[in-house]
Structure formats: C-alpha cells, structure tokens
Design a protein. Structure first.
Lengths: 158, 290
C-alpha cells in the first residue's frame, strides 16, 4: 500500500495525516479527521451529499483523492457554525424547514455556500442551477431553494 | 465504496509522466480531473495497477490563442475554460457546450483533456471537438504526434491514444467572421448525460452558408458528423425550410443505440428536433455578429 504524508487546512486548522493513496478526501475527512458531518451517499459522484469546498470551489469529496488535497484549504459543514451558533445559511434553511431527514444537508449547505460566496445576488434560477447536482429524496427541493433565497437576502442586508 | 489498491505516482513534468507511461504501459491509468475515472475505480470497472496523477503537471494547464487556433492544455479545468475570455471569443462552440457538462462541482475538477481522453460518446466535449475538427496532441517518450478528431474517437471509451502516450493538448480553430454556433441536448435532467446532444456551427458570408458543422453526441459509439446535412446547407441561404430538410437528412443518417433512456427511433426524433433548433439558433447568432 502506498501511504502519502499530507497536510491540509480544514476549517482553518492545519491537519496532517498519512492516508493510503486510494483513500478519497471524503473518507479521509470522516475516518482520519473524524469530521463525520460530510456525508457519503452514492460514493461515485452522482448524489452530491459529500460536497465540500476546496480552495474556494465546491467539489465532490468522493471524486477526489485525499492526497490531492495536500496543501489545500478545505471547508466542510463543520466550518459553517461558529461557537455553536449556526451560520446565516444554516439558520435560513432551518427557518424555511429546508430539510427532513438531513442526509443530503451537508452537501446542499456546502454547494450553496460556494454559490453565495461567488454570487451573493444569486436569484432563483442561479440557485436551482447550482443545486441541480445535489439529490434530496425528502423535501421536493422547494423549501431548500426558499432557504437559500432567504439566506441571500439576509446576507445582503447584513 | 473504497477504491481498489494501486501504486500512486504524481509526476510534476510531462517528461516524467510519459516516462511512467513508457514503463507501465496499459497497466497504468492517467488521473486528470477524476470525475469519470474515480467512479470507474469505485465501481471496479477499472483496475489499474498504477495511477499516474497529472494534477501537479502545471505545464498541462492553460489556454492560448495563436495563428487562428486555440490551444487548450489537457489539464485545463472545465470551470477555468468557462471563465476564459480567450476561449469565449475564439471558440464560442466550446464555450456554449461547457455549461452542459455535469454540474458545477463536477466542472470544478473535471478537465478538457480528461473528457476527451475518456471519450464518452454521450459527452459534450467529444462532439465539439469532432464538429470543429480539433487536433489532439499526444506525447510519448519517443516524441509527439497530432491526431485529427476524425481518427481520435475509435469506439466507446476508446481513442487513438497508445498506452505509452499522454494527451497534452487539444487545438481548436478560432471561429471565422460570420460564424454562429449553438449547443443543445436533451437529457432527463440538466447535467445528466445527453440522450442526444448536438454541436452546431454555421458560417454565413454575404447571406450564404459557407461552412456548416453538425456533430452529435449520444447517437453512436463515437461522436458523429451529419455530413449529408452539412453538404446540403453549404451554398444555400439560411431558411426554415432548408433547416427542416437538413434535420430530416441528419436524422436519417443516424443508426443510434437503444437503451432504457430511449429507443433508437426516439433518438432519431430528438436528433431532428435538435438540428432544427440549433441551426435556427446558430443562424441567428451568425446574423447578430455581422
């Protein structure tokens, strides 16, 4: 087995490890760093549940090797809440009843975070487009879209 | 699903990458963006003994325009291509196709070269490369050669790349004045693989079509040109009746596969509809540029 030493900045903290080369970033986050907020659904790039932000862009952490994140900055769902308080996107989705079972939630949150960082004025078509790669089997999506719209509005108003 | 075990190599130069390919030949797989290869590994449809990760080969990423051509480095990520002004201005057909590829998170990692080397016949980029007669630059330890798009796509997920060769660049012609383009596809959801897709380019000079290019995705085991329809269009003035005739000829020339997403007949009907729509859009686009 090839193990590779890596150092990754995760949610602002420097984390090191020596994963096997074949280990995905998702498994490295969950198993080696014990950050189990990142969920794994399909594990082959279809469902979007494992979406995290790497160097400012949303990526599927099941389609990236941990060794490829060496030297990168990664943000996971654990990075959205500060001091036990939900971030504005999380709060807005809570207020909009954006989720039921919650399995897909971390992926939606990270994809929406990347969208609102790149485009704080995103309107519904852009939100739908950005979230089109994430699957939710409970909500029918409307309440998730509503939550992201509410978050965008609150962020704009400061 | 855990990926099967493999030896991992991360070269930082093309020279090192091709040396590794020379050593390991078809025992090795090249990892670019990983958006197709990693699922293949997860599902055990690919079992390479060595994975050559070219993400650290900086010389493979970038877009440059010279002599009427645009050279796109194999490791250029799809989102970077989407954001490239050079590409948008010079190869509008590629720019039009990029938003149809997967979803945003896929395009964050996926690469132009990776998609073209993977050669999924339903993929958007293979159809664009075929429509524009792109040139594929491959390098091995013994040198470099250039393969035309008509010879690059050999079959389902199969290209003219030899086991010791690395795709380093694809060259696409810059659109000439009066060229209008359109990319369109029908899929179950936006971002899914196309049931049928179409890359279309029309060049109109003095009111007459001087160049027509139509390439289908999802209509065969390789991207295919609708040669008869193209020949019909050249020399004519853009008109709805002409586009209808081209649509019928293009669809008649296809022998598409049938699967659970659609029968062969359904694919032919989609193909005709796409030709009609895309030619209309491309003609309008060309008109807007005169």
């Amino acid at each position: 087995m090839t193990h590779v030493d890596i150092t990754v900045t995760v949610n602002g903290a420097t984390r090191s490890g020596a994963p096997e080369a074949r280990k995905t970033l998702a498994d490295f986050l969950r198993e080696d760093l014990e950050l189990t907020g990142t969920h794994l659904g399909c594990e082959h790039g279809v469902c979007g549940a494992c979406t995290v932000i790497v160097d400012g862009r949303a990526v599927r952490s099941c389609l990236m090797l941990a060794v490829q994140a060496n030297g990168s900055e990664v943000t996971t769902v654990e990075g959205l809440a500060a001091d036990g308080e939900m971030g504005p996107l999380q709060q807005a989705l809570w207020d909009s009843h954006g989720f039921q079972c919650g399995f897909c939630t971390p992926g939606f949150l990270m994809q929406a975070t990347a969208l609102l960082e790149a485009n704080p004025d995103a309107e519904e078509p852009a939100i739908r487009e950005a979230l089109s790669g994430n699957i939710c089997r409970c909500t029918g999506y409307q309440s998730i879209i509503d939550g992201v719209l509410l978050a965008a509005e609150r962020i704009r108003q400061g | 699903m855990k990926l099967p075990p493999f030896e991992y190599a991360a070269p930082t130069t093309v020279a090192d990458a091709v040396a590794l390919l020379a050593e390991h030949q078809d025992e090795a797989s090249v990892l670019a963006g990983g958006q197709s290869l990693i699922p293949l590994l997860a599902l055990r449809l690919a079992r390479p003994s060595v994975l050559i990760d070219i993400n650290g080969v900086d010389e493979l990423a970038g877009i440059s325009a010279t002599d009427g051509k645009v050279a796109v480095g194999a490791m250029t990520r799809e989102y970077a291509a989407e954001e490239s002004k050079t590409l948008g201005e010079n190869v509008p057909l590629l720019a039009a196709a990029l938003p149809f590829i997967g979803h945003e998170a896929i395009r964050s990692r996926g690469t132009i070269g990776g998609s073209l080397a993977h050669a999924d016949p339903a993929g958007e980029l293979p159809a664009v490369a075929r429509a524009l007669d792109g040139e594929f630059v491959v390098r091995s330890a013994s040198g470099e050669r250039v393969v035309g798009a008509d010879e690059w796509f050999e079959g389902y997920l199969t290209t003219a790349r030899q086991p010791d060769e690395l795709l380093v660049e694809v060259r696409l012609p810059a659109a000439s004045a009066g060229t209008g383009v359109a990319f369109d596809e029908v899929a179950r959801r936006h971002g899914d693989f196309a049931i049928v897709g179409l890359a279309a380019s029309l060049t109109v000079s003095d009111g007459v079509i001087s160049d027509a290019r139509l390439a289908f995705a999802g209509a065969a085991d390789v991207p295919v040109r609708a040669t008869e329809a193209e020949q019909l269009l050249v020399g004519q003035q853009p008109a709805a009746a002409l586009f209808e005739e081209a649509a019928q000829r293009a669809a008649a020339s296809l022998d598409p596969p049938a699967d659970l997403h659609g029968s062969a007949d359904y694919r032919k009907r989609i193909a005709a509809t796409l030709v009609r729509r895309a030619l209309q859009a491309a003609a309008q686009d060309a008109g807007g540029k005169r």
